[in-house]
Write a protein that binds this ligand. Sequence first.
Ligand SMILES: Nc1ncnc2c1ncn2[C@@H]1O[C@H](COP(=O)(O)OP(=O)(O)OP(=O)(O)O)[C@@H](O)[C@H]1O
Ligand SMILES: [Mg+2]
Length: 421
Amino acid sequence: MSKMDKKRMKYAAKPGLMAALDIGSSKIACLIAQPFEDGTIEVVGVGHQVSKGMRSGNIVDMTALELGVSATIEAAEQLAKENVRDVVLCTAGGAPESKLIAFDVAIAGHEIGDGDLRRALDPTWLYARQNEDRRIIQTLPVGFSINGTPVRDPRRLYGEKLGVNMHVITQASSAVRNLESCAARCQLDIESHVVAPYAAGLATLVEDEKNLGCICIDMGGGTTSIAVFKEGEVIYTAVIPLGGNHVTNDIARGLSTPVSHAERMKTLYGGCFVTGSDSHETIKVPLIGEDDSEENQVPRATLADIIRSRIDEIFEMIAQNIKDSGVDPNIGRVVLTGGASQLAGVRRCAADILARQVRRGRPAALRGLPEAATGPSFSAAVGLLHYALAERQQTSFTSLYSKEMPSSRFGRIGQWLRDNI
Ligand SMILES: Nc1ncnc2c1ncn2[C@@H]1O[C@H](COP(=O)(O)OP(=O)(O)OP(=O)(O)O)[C@@H](O)[C@H]1O
Ligand SMILES: [Mg+2]
């Protein structure tokens, strides 16, 4: 028995606990929460670690990733004094893709009940159309109609024809397989798999934003990902494989300084713009490969130029992605979250390029959440707990069918949507 196995068997697994695991390119985070009957939850365990095996959302070193995941889970378990087995997982990796599909189901004029809806939403037929290199990770109903008239919830209504709009999210099969294997080696079962920006949106958006329309942008280390919400549901997600770490590398390369120093400069003095008084200021930059006494004096404006060009590139890619997606171009405001959203001036860059109102978002308060986990880096991890709670309380449509569906047990999924769905 490995050291890890012994430790993880110290506590009895307690039914009912929820565990969220966010495997990012910069950090791995785990939150364990206790749900209560009144619908509230309390965070009872937190773990986070620097992520070593993931780059831009792709696993590049399985051994390092496994060590990171098991250490993160163990740290959270020790605080919770409980073991966990099932986790709700998110990553921004595996090149997730969103598709909206529409289909009708005949209901023969009776009152629509839970059973009808469960049958209508059963995605088995979609799984049968997968192809080998993509796997469905989520099927989310995003709109219903009865006899062609849109309805919010079709239950208890009468009609002949129930129309369903379904948001289908897929990931590269190899990425999903790697995550499954990593989880299995850490003695974890993946209860649900959520794309990171969707989870980040659940933690940061207020109800009005989700209902009226809003784009959540999760600015991570290796990725920048987006989730578009409308009428309370997520209707589109996408991931761009560029993030805050690319900004750091640009600084290191541009100023010939070590990456660790570039990261420090970015968080201490970095920003997308310089204001009048700062523009003449210079910063001392140690040179790579030189001893400590060798330094360059670099104008703050030069640092800002390096940062700005990468941040502009990221928002331009997002603008293009949204344009190509067919999402309503008038969709509401933008909420920026994720560790890299803390960079000074990103809000202004986003507002200029995306031509929308922009605010910064961090996870909404949650009982027991320690100060260290209230920053924007933790949005996705906190959002996973909201997701898990909605599933447990069956307040989401997905909870009607997800328990029996293969989406929660990847092993049973075979192929991906073939005929152009
Ligand atoms: N104060 C700060 N100012 C600017 N950038 C920051 C600050 N703090 C953290 N960052 C940047 O945030 C990034 C990490 O963000 P986050 O923790 O959300 O990433 P992640 O979830 O691990 O990665 P990903 O979502 O891409 O897989 C790093 O690039 C880091 O440099
Ligand atoms: Mg992240």
